[in-house]
Design a protein. Structure first.
Length: 185
């Protein structure tokens, strides 16, 4: 009989979960799922945006480095130094005039992508252009990214500095602008 009582007590204690325990367990799991969906899962979207920004910087940096390695103007000494164009000892800076009388910058006659030799040749470069010494375009190397390069004089009267602007549009539609100023030296 004593043995029967012990077996009965043992079976009562290992019988399973009560309804209250199940309801509390479901509430804990529900709270955990809400926290995961509101805090953890949106991190994936932020990680993708960060990756887009890094690739944007990589694209802009490669274009900017290429431009920075070129001379200031077609009439500037290829080895740098004096005389700079439009200086007292140098020749005039080269540019064509647009219909409104402002300087129109861009590739000189007969230049193609691989023969760009001065900063303003890169004006209006975009993602459809071939990369330097390559048969691949920027659009092929950076799918779904858009690129637009513009070069303009900071002060068209003196033509002493050019503003280089590289706009990169990420696949998410975010436009990121990178700028540099190149001096006439």
């Amino acid at each position: 009989m004593r043995r029967n009582i012990q077996l009965h007590r043992l079976s009562q204690s290992t019988g399973g979960f009560t309804l209250i325990e199940l309801v509390i367990g479901m509430m804990v799991i529900g709270i955990a799922i809400v926290m995961l969906t509101s805090m953890l899962f949106p991190q994936a979207d932020r990680a993708a945006a960060t990756l887009h920004r890094v690739r944007s910087a990589e694209l802009a940096h490669s274009v900017m480095n290429e431009i920075w390695g070129k001379r200031y103007d077609q009439n500037t000494n290829p080895n740098g130094g004096v005389p700079a164009c439009n200086s007292s000892e140098g020749s005039d800076c080269s540019y064509a005039l647009a219909t409104d009388g402002t300087p129109s910058l861009g590739p000189d006659d007969g230049e193609n992508r691989d023969t760009f030799n001065d900063v303003d040749d890169y004006n209006d470069l975009n993602e459809t252009a071939k990369m330097l010494d390559s048969s691949q375009t920027y659009a092929q190397a950076y799918p779904r990214y858009q690129l637009n390069v513009s070069v303009e004089y900071l002060d068209p009267a003196t033509q002493a500095k050019k503003l280089i602007t590289v706009d990169v549009t990420t696949p998410a539609g975010e436009v990121i602008t990178y700028q540099a100023v190149r001096s006439n030296y």
